[in-house]
Design a protein around this ligand. Structure first.
Ligand code: DGY
Length: 333
């Protein structure tokens, strides 16, 4: 009896123990135990000999990396929902299949979006700092101290009503917000009815009318700086903007400018244009209580990461067995 050779799988970052153990059982897996981000040269070396690459959002899998791949490399099974870090077009040209891990991050990301929606108008981060930065100096409750703005009864405008946008809408509705959304296509009437959602064909018109904007669309060539300086200028001075999608959907420099000028009330950001670098002006605004910034952690739950690992494994196994993997990503059209 011959033993089938295990596929050589190169994993770029540390994954939860349970996922790594399963990968070792099933594959000839090269893991990254110390979680040091791989350099471009290391990625190029890896794709020369691996059968499968398992990158994540912190790796830039551009055309140069893809073109360096040896003929045995046939699958990029990304440990991520978004695939904007991969040149999917270049992969398709080389006959390399790309997969991702959709669905399993939806609820966690929507929870954290809701947390930011609450955190900014209700001054959660500022309040938390009062008791930790200067312990003992709190003078106690006062009728006019730490006043934020009410959420209940306001309008939320969701930009991108896919799985995560819809999950945000469900939560927002439960908090008494009325749901407005802009999307490439209108969602099905049953969902629209359930959410009592108002569809805006024109993003500009929606932005000018809502109290809170939640950015939930993927980063694609079409959504780069979708929330541009011109569109940011349409927002009301009392409005807030929250982004848990990708930093480059908003023109970050323009956002900083209008925040500094007090032309909107605040922002909650989990993602940034030049991650992991964060513009020091945003840090200053956070210290002044005008923004809440988080280090790209909206999907960070152990359960979610294990589910992502399971998806990666299923995609690899299905592909190796000669079938179409369930989470294939096609080039953006
Ligand atoms: C992803 O997987 O695309 C997410 O951004 C991780 O939070």
């Amino acid at each position: 009896m011959t033993t089938k050779k295990k596929p050589k799988v190169y994993v770029t970052r540390k994954l939860p123990d349970a996922v790594e153990t399963r990968m070792r059982e099933l594959f000839d897996a090269e893991l990254n135990m110390d979680d040091r981000p791989r350099t471009k040269d290391e990625l190029i070396q890896a794709v020369r000999s691996a059968d499968v690459l398992v990158p994540t959002v912190t790796d830039r899998i551009d055309a140069e990396v893809i073109e360096a791949a040896g003929p045995q490399m046939k699958l990029i099974a990304s440990f991520s929902n978004g695939t904007d870090h991969i040149d999917v077009e270049a992969a398709a040209r080389r006959g390399i299949t790309v997969t991702n891990t959709p669905n399993v991050l939806t609820e966690d990301t929507a929870d954290m979006t809701m947390a930011l929606i609450l955190a900014v108008p209700r001054r959660l981060a500022e309040g938390a700092r009062v008791l930790t930065d200067n312990p003992g100096e709190w003078a106690g409750w006062s009728p006019t101290w730490m006043l934020g703005r009410r959420i209940h009864g306001k309008r939320i405008g969701i930009v991108g009503m896919g799985r995560i946008g819809t999950a945000v809408a469900r939560r927002a509705k439960a908090f008494g917000l009325s749901i407005h959304y802009h999307n490439r296509k209108r969602v099905n009437p049953v969902t629209e009815d359930e959410l009592e959602a108002t569809y805006w064909d024109s993003l500009d018109q929606m932005l000018a009318r809502v109290d809170i904007v939640s950015v939930n669309c993927p980063s694609t060539p079409a959504t780069y700086h979708l929330i541009s300086a011109r569109r940011l200028a349409l927002l009301q001075p009392t409005s807030y903007i929250v982004n848990t999608a990708r930093g480059d959907v908003i023109d970050e420099a323009a956002l900083i400018k209008i925040l500094r000028e007090g032309k909107i009330a605040g922002a909650g950001l989990d993602v940034f244009e030049n991650e992991p670098a964060v513009n020091p002006k945003l840090v200053k605004l956070a210290n002044e209580g005008k923004v809440v910034i988080l280090p790209h952690m909206s999907s960070a739950t152990l359960e979610g990461r294990i589910d992502m690992g399971d998806k990666v494994i299923i995609n690899i196994r299905t592909f190796i067995d000669g079938h179409r993997p369930p989470n294939r990503v096609l080039p953006f059209r």
